[in-house]
Design a binder for this molecule. Structure first.
Ligand SMILES: Cc1cc2nc3c(=O)[nH]c(=O)nc-3n(C[C@H](O)[C@H](O)[C@H](O)COP(=O)(O)OP(=O)(O)OC[C@H]3O[C@@H](n4cnc5c(N)ncnc54)[C@H](O)[C@@H]3O)c2cc1C
Length: 457
C-alpha cells in the first residue's frame, strides 16, 4: 500500500501535517513519513502525575497568528488567555521592579534607552520590505550581529538585559550569535518587537486548551494511516518528475513530488541524489538552531497569584532567568515554566543530562528567591531537553551572520520535484506555529499547481 503516491511529506510536525491535510482534501494521494514514534515534532504536550497538560515545546499563540488561529477554529479547539492580572517582576542588579502590562517600569533613563532601542529595531524591521531578505539594506544588516548592534546603540544594563532575554527566549542564543538581519526579519514577520514579546495582544496572548499537541493530533487523526511513524528518510533520489525516498527500515517510497517539512539544519541529514544546488546545500549546512531545556514546576495551586503576582519574571542573575505562569484554566494546579539554556544560565554545568537532580534543586531555589518560599513545595517537575531530542536540531532558529541574505530565497525555492515547508521557511510568523501552518499551506499549494500542470500537459 502507498508505495507510489502523488506526494510524500517528510516530517509529521505541524507544517508537514498541514501540507498533507491540504493535499488530501484537494484529492491528492499523500503519505507522511515521520522519523519518530509520535507526531507533532516541536509541539509536545506531556502530562503531569496529576494529569495536567504541559507544553514542553511550542505553546503560545498570538492574536496576529491568523493561520494557526483559523486552524484551531476549524477544529473547535479553545484558547486559554495568558494570566495577566497582577504584577510582573524584573530584577536588575539586585533591585526588583514590579510592573503591570508589557513595558517594565524602570528608571527614566533606562526606559528611554529601551524605548529608543525598540524604536530603532522596529524601524529597521519595517525598512526590510517584503520579502525581507532582498535589497542592499538586508545585505548590510546581515554583516553584523545583534550583539554588535546592541553594543553600539544600547547604553543601560536594564535595556541590555531585556534585549538579551528576548534573544534567549525567541532564538535560544546570545545576541552575539545572531545575525542582525535574522533578528530584524523575525521582528518584521511578527509585526513589531512589542508584538513578539507582548502578552497583551502580542505573541504570548494565549495558549491552546489541552496543550499545543492537540493540534497535530487532530490533523493526524484526519489523515489516518497516511501518516507512517518510525519512518526516517535518509536519502532522496530525484528525476524531473519523480522522487524515491529511502529509509533504512522500510521499502522505498515513490512519489511524483516530495515536501520536506523540517528546518534547514535537520534537513541537512538527508542525502540528495543528484546533490542539491550549492546555494540550498550551503543554507542547510550553515543554518543553526538554538537549544535549551523547557522546564515546568507544578504546584497544588498558583500560590503566587495570592501575592498579587502574575508569575512572569525576568532577572539578570541566576540559573532561572525568566518564568511564566502556564497554569491550566480554572481552579486547580499552578504551573510555572522556564527556559534554561547556555545563552543565559549562570551555571552551564547544570545543563548536562546527568545533572538533572541538581538542576531541579537549583530551579526550585531560584524560584523561591524570586517569588517566595512556597516555590519549594512543588508537587511535580517536568522538563524537555531539546538539545537531546532525536530528529530535531533544536528549538528555534539562531542564524549567524552571512547566511540569510543569500540563503533566504532558497528556503522556499523548489529543487525539481522537491519542495520545502517547515516553520523556518515562512517569512510571516517564521519559527512560530503560525509560520509552520503558513509554510505547510504554501508548499501544498505549490505542489497542487505543479501536479495540475503535469496533468494538463
Ligand atoms: C521549547 C520550544 C518553545 C516554543 N515556543 C513556541 C511558542 O510559544 N509559540 C509558537 O508559535 N512556537 C513556539 N515554538 C516553535 C514551534 O514549536 C515550531 O515553530 C513548530 O512547531 C515547528 O513545526 P514544523 O512542523 O515546522 O517543524 P517540527 O515540529 O520540527 O517538525 C519536523 C518533524 O520532522 C521529523 N523529521 C526530521 N527529520 C526527519 C527525517 N529525516 N525523516 C522523517 N521525519 C523527520 C521530526 O521528527 C519532526 O516530527 C517553540 C519551540 C520549542 C522547541
Amino acid at each position: 500500500m502507498f508505495s507510489t503516491v502523488d506526494v510524500a511529506v517528510v516530517g509529521a510536525g505541524l507544517s508537514g501535517l498541514v501540507s498533507a491535510y491540504r493535499l488530501h482534501r484537494a484529492g491528492a494521494e499523500v503519505v507522511v513519513l515521520e522519523a519518530k514514534d509520535r507526531v507533532g515534532g516541536r509541539l509536545l504536550t506531556s502530562s503531569t502525575r496529576a494529569g495536567v497538560a504541559v507544553d514542553c515545546g511550542g505553546s503560545w499563540v498570538g492574536s496576529r497568528h491568523k493561520a494557526v488561529l483559523a486552524l484551531l477554529g476549524e477544529f473547535e479547539i479553545d484558547l486559554v488567555p495568558q494570566f495577566t492580572d497582577g504584577l510582573n517582576l524584573l530584577r536588575v542588579r539586585g533591585r526588583i521592579h514590579r510592573y503591570r502590562g508589557d513595558v517594565p517600569r524602570l528608571r527614566l533613563h533606562e526606559m528611554l534607552d529601551l524605548a529608543r532601542a525598540q524604536w530603532l529595531l522596529d524601524r529597521m524591521a519595517t525598512r526590510l520590505g517584503s520579502p525581507p531578505w532582498s535589497g542592499g539594506f538586508a545585505a548590510k544588516l546581515d554583516e553584523r550581529s545583534l550583539g554588535a548592534w546592541m553594543r553600539r546603540h544600547v547604553r543601560t544594563t536594564a535595556a541590555l538585559l531585556v534585549l538579551k532575554m528576548v534573544t534567549a527566549a525567541s532564538f535560544g542564543c546570545r545576541p552575539e550569535e545572531l545575525s542582525l538581519l535574522a533578528f530584524a526579519a523575525h521582528v518584521h514577520g511578527c509585526g513589531g518587537l512589542a508584538d513578539l514579546v507582548g502578552v497583551h495582544d502580542g505573541a504570548l496572548a494565549n495558549r491552546i486548551a489541552g496543550g499545543a499537541g492537540t493540534l497535530p493530533t487532530h490533523l493526524a487523526r484526519r489523515l489516518g494511516d497516511r501518516v507512517r511513524l518510525d519512518h526516517p528518510i535518509v536519502e532522496i533520489h530525484r528525476s524531473p518528475d519523480r522522487v524515491t525516498l529511502i529509509s533504512r527500515t522500510h521499502q522505498p517510497v515513490h512519489a511524483r513530488r516530495v515536501i520536506v517539512a523540517v528546518d534547514p539544519a535537520t534537513a541537512d541529514s538527508i542525502a540528495h541524489h543528484p546533490p542539491l544546488p550549492v546555494e540550498r546545500a550551503e543554507l542547510q549546512r550553515r543554518w543553526q538552531m538554538g537549544t535549551g531545556i523547557k522546564a515546568h514546576v507544578i504546584y497544588q495551586r498558583p500560590w503566587w497569584r495570592d501575592h498579587g503576582l502574575t508569575g512572569a519574571t525576568v532577572t539578570d542573575t541566576g540559573f532561572v532567568r525568566l518564568t511564566f505562569d502556564v497554569s491550566p484554566a480554572g481552579a486547580g494546579a499552578g504551573v510555572l515554566t522556564t527556559f534554561l539554556g547556555p545563552a543565559i544560565a549562570d551555571d552551564p554545568e547544570l545543563l548536562q543530562p546527568d545533572s538533572a537532580p541538581r538542576r531541579r534543586r537549583r530551579v526550585l531555589d531560584d524560584l523561591a528567591e524570586l517569588l517566595g518560599p512556597d516555590a519549594q513545595h512543588a508537587e511535580d517537575y517536568i522538563e524537555q531537553d531539546w538539545t537531546d531530542e532525536p530528529w530535531q536540531s533544536g528549538c528555534v532558529p539562531r542564524v549567524p551572520t552571512g547566511v540569510l541574505h543569500t540563503g533566504y530565497p532558497w528556503l522556499t525555492r523548489p529543487v525539481g520535484p522537491v519542495h520545502w515547508a517547515g516553520a523556518e521557511s515562512s517569512h510571516i510568523g517564521e519559527a512560530h506555529m503560525d509560520g509552520a501552518v503558513r509554510a505547510g499551506q504554501r508548499a501544498a499549494d505549490e505542489v497542487l499547481a505543479t501536479l495540475a500542470t503535469v496533468a494538463r500537459a
